[in-house]
Design a protein. Structure first.
Length: 307
């Protein structure tokens, strides 16, 4: 964290009205996630806004305009924010709006799929239009005419403009969160514990929180954030590849019909080096039997050896 939260009692007098306005808007419109510490300091993107008010005040005015003029359907609104946060891999933004999205009726499967950077198959027409616009713009690409027309057909021109400004605003929020390394709530920021149930947290948040707690030296608490089974399996695949490489280096000598370990061959082992060095006449064809890892059976392989 590069911009520490600003406690109100340490704040200059001219900055206090901005802090109070932010706190009131957050309490009214952005509920369901931790947004302040016990000492009243705001966290997330609001901390750098308050630390650098020359730019943060304008950023807050933009954010407040998006809140005051919100007219998009709430599910589509949250789909656009989640897709933008996933494009930037912004931890706090995903943490906060996963909870807001669940509160406005998005299913857990939709939220988890969008947060993972993928497109759910069961989006409604409005959600699909919002997702396509957000992913295209947050990815730094020009919005195609067909995607824009689909959004206009779903929302109308004015609300499509709101959608575009919404994506732009949360691109700014994501950049602030990533630049100042704003993490999800954890003990190193002296934040209150998240009240969500453990199984409601996505795997990438549990894993990130575990790493943060390890830095603080609380290894027992970090055990609760161990990488999930799917992630552990990737290490098994890596180990299998390492064993395959080792088996290739220590393979059987000439005349072997298959490698010592069937599972270790990555494709097929054929025509050993010594066969190529043998004294067979040039252009003589030689047939070798190879073991296929894919089919699990032996198959003949014919090639010409030059001697």
């Amino acid at each position: 964290m590069r911009a520490a939260p600003f406690p109100p009692e340490e704040m200059p007098a001219e900055l206090r009205p901005l802090h109070d306005e932010m706190g009131a808007y957050i309490a009214e419109h952005l509920k369901g996630f931790v947004s302040r510490r016990d000492d009243g300091a705001l966290i997330g993107p609001f901390a750098p806004m308050l630390r650098f008010p020359a730019f943060g005040r304008a950023a807050w005015i933009y954010t407040k305009a998006l809140i005051d003029n919100a007219s998009l359907p709430k599910p589509a609104h949250e789909v656009a924010i989640l897709a933008t946060g996933a494009a930037f891999n912004s931890r706090y933004e995903l943490y906060a709006h996963e909870r807001v999205g669940a509160a406005v009726g998005l299913s857990d499967a939709k939220v988890a799929t969008i947060a993972a950077g993928q497109r759910p198959a069961d989006l409604t027409e409005e959600e699909a239009a919002a997702y396509d616009v957000a992913v295209t713009l947050a990815g730094g690409r020009q919005l195609p005419a067909t995607t824009y027309r689909r959004a206009v057909d779903a929302f109308g021109e004015d609300r499509t403009a709101e959608l575009i400004y919404l994506v732009g605003g949360y691109c700014l929020v994501s950049v602030l969160l990533n630049a100042y390394d704003m993490s999800v709530p954890g003990r190193e920021e002296s934040l209150p514990a998240d009240r969500g149930k453990p199984h409601e947290r996505p795997a990438h948040h549990r894993r990130g929180g575990g790493r943060d707690r390890r830095r603080a030296g609380d290894h027992r608490a970090a055990d609760a954030g161990r990488r999930p089974a799917a992630r552990r399996r990737s290490w098994s695949i890596w180990n299998a590849r390492a064993r395959a490489s080792s088996a290739w280096r220590h393979r059987r000598p000439t005349g072997s019909r298959r490698p010592a370990n069937r599972r270790s061959s990555r494709a097929a082992i054929c025509c050993s080096r010594q066969a190529r060095r043998s004294s067979m006449p040039p252009r003589l064809t030689r047939t070798a039997t190879c073991w296929s890892r894919v089919s699990g059976s032996a198959w003949p392989f014919t090639r010409r050896c030059t001697g």
